[in-house]
Write a protein that binds this ligand. Structure first.
Ligand code: SAH
Length: 535
């Protein structure tokens, strides 16, 4: 095929006309048809792009161009070469004439032989750089008897053509991939703009801000889940016997609840609750956790030969696809400080609404949040009055930073100066998301005449629904300490109280719009309004 074999001297300047037959490349030299490396094939393919003589169409080869000219423009170039008896120069001039004058096909075919319009040497100057048509030998075109013989590929030429076409296909795919990447980039840019805008809109006072954990962005949740990736936090939870033994006792003492049931463990961590459930007779347990600890859970489950019963899935329970449509029981240890800190209950409710069978149950099912008055002047001195005189200097302004931060610590039972009061009961089988933010009036019955220096908060947990052996545990100051300790809301100025009186107030618990996993707790107490953050 001429267009592949010959690299002719296409670009020549006036007055510097080489003998075309002296060109080194020989059309007939089969030696040229060596296997071509892929990269070479690509460049060959690029070299062979030929612009049509009569329109702007780019064709993949000289042969294709000749065919195109014949089919689309009714011009047979071989016929023209013969008719006008063109030698190499005449052929080059004709090509350049057509390209420079953009003459149409009809005008080309009806010319008088005596005076051809491309006689001028000017037409030796190529109109297009590296024009493949100029690198084609007209004799070859004619000797090949036109399009259907001399220009058809043979043997190696055909293989080369195929490689060139494959290279063209790869180029096309690469272009498509590039277009897709550009599109992704564009979407990322829009996303970034959206993030900036939504962080603007979550500023205080803007009602369009973040509202629930379901709306938490992935990057914000990353720190939360990575904190659960470390073994330390799981060690602390597992060593909390009040917590872990309560879950164990609930499951081991109520095997009839679990017999042949499908159980979902939301936030399975090390898999401890899943294993309790499996040992209690569950047919299948599915444990879901987004944190890396689940990889340990996988080993733990295998080490205890429970892999037939327990399936572990890494991911947010909101995102994963469970292998079952419905589950009979959801177990989860979702409780945070002051019960609702962490907002993991949101995820349990999400799973409940999506997966719990009609007669199924969530465990634990009932939770109380309680308050009591604390009179501990020693601690108050250490925490608050301390700032009045620091090495002889007043740092009283620091109290404004210290007081609004709720403190998680163990409160001694003998510092309580009131009876406890339950301010909220949550039934995990019924509560809806919006009820996890609430306000409640409370009344604390004062038991000693003293100063109330703080309010303490804690919660109690019940495994109750349908249990023949009910189990509960408390995180209050009167019982064994748990890793949740208690939550202390210090008063900047203590309130004098008398035994027998009632200290009335109102508490409201809200998610922090800036960080839905943390809480804002506001007290209206006597004539004061105090807001605390828990983070
Ligand atoms: N069930 C374990 C771990 C409880 S800690 C035990 O009792 O010891 C809570 C676990 O829930 C963490 O490991 C945390 O990564 C996981 N978790 C919290 N929210 C989740 C969610 N939406 N989807 C999946 N896992 C979640």
């Amino acid at each position: 095929m001429a267009e592949y074999t010959e690299t002719r001297c296409g670009g020549v300047a006036e007055g510097d006309l080489p003998d075309l037959s002296d060109c080194d490349d020989d059309a007939d030299d089969d030696e040229q048809w060596q296997p071509v490396e892929e990269g070479e094939a690509d460049s060959l393919q690029l070299q062979q792009q030929v612009t049509c003589l009569f329109c702007d169409r780019a064709l993949s080869s000289v042969a294709a161009t000749l065919q195109h000219c014949s089919a689309e423009h009714q011009v047979d170039l071989v016929d023209a070469i013969r008719r006008y008896n063109l030698d190499d120069y005449g052929y080059i001039k004709m090509i350049n004439f057509i390209r420079s004058t953009r003459c149409d096909a009809a005008c080309l075919m009806g010319l008088p032989d005596a005076s051809l319009p491309w006689e001028s040497e000017d037409f030796l100057r190529p109109v297009l750089p590296d024009d493949p048509l100029l690198q084609t030998d007209p004799e070859e075109l004619c000797a090949g008897e036109g399009l259907n013989q001399g220009l058809l590929p043979t043997g190696n030429q055909y293989a080369l053509l195929q490689r060139a076409q494959a290279a063209e296909e790869r180029a096309r795919l690469s272009e498509e991939a590039l277009a897709r990447a550009m599109d992704d980039l564009h979407k990322l840019r829009l996303l970034a703009q959206g993030l900036v805008l939504s962080s603007e809109s979550s500023k205080p006072g803007n009602p369009g801000g973040l509202g629930s954990v379901a709306e938490l962005r992935e990057d914000e949740d990353e720190a939360y889940f990575s904190s659960y990736g470390h073994y330390g936090i799981h060690e602390e939870m597992l060593k909390d016997k009040v917590r872990t033994e309560s879950y164990r006792d609930f499951m081991y003492r109520n095997p009839e609840l679990f017999q042949d049931k499908v159980v979902l463990d939301v936030g399975c961590g090390t898999g401890i609750l899943s294993m309790f459930a499996a040992r209690s007779g569950a047919k299948k347990v599915i444990g879901v956790d987004q944190s890396e600890i689940i990889y340990q859970a996988m080993d733990i489950v295998r080490a205890n030969q429970l892999e037939d019963k327990i399936t572990l899935i890494k991911g947010r329970v909101e995102d994963v696809q469970l292998p079952v449509e419905k589950v009979d029981i959801i177990i989860s240890e979702w409780m945070g400080y002051f019960l609702l800190f962490e907002s993991m209950l949101d995820s349990v409710l999400h799973a409940r609404d999506l997966y719990l069978a009609d007669n199924g149950s969530v465990y634990p099912d009932l939770c109380n949040i309680s308050l009591a008055a604390v009179g501990d002047t020693v601690k108050h001195q250490e925490r608050i009055a301390f700032w009045d005189d620091v090495y002889g200097f007043s740092m009283a302004c620091m109290k404004k930073a210290v007081v609004p931060e709720a403190v998680v610590e163990v409160v001694a039972a003998d510092t309580l100066v009131s009876e406890p009061a339950v301010i909220q009961t949550i039934d995990c089988n019924r509560v809806c998301l919006s009820e996890l933010e609430f306000s409640s009036d409370f009344c604390l019955k004062i038991t000693s005449t003293t100063e109330c220096t703080a309010i303490v908060g804690y919660f109690d947990i019940f495994f109750d629904n349908g249990c023949s052996n009910k189990v509960m545990f408390s995180t209050g100051p009167h019982t064994s300490k748990t890793h949740w300790k208690q939550t202390l809301f210090l008063l900047e100025r203590p309130i004098p109280v008398r035994a027998g009186e009632e200290l009335r107030g109102k508490i409201s618990v809200r998610k922090n719009k800036k960080d839905p996993r943390s809480l804002l707790v506001t007290f209206d107490l006597r004539d004061r309004k105090l807001t605390y953050s828990l983070q």
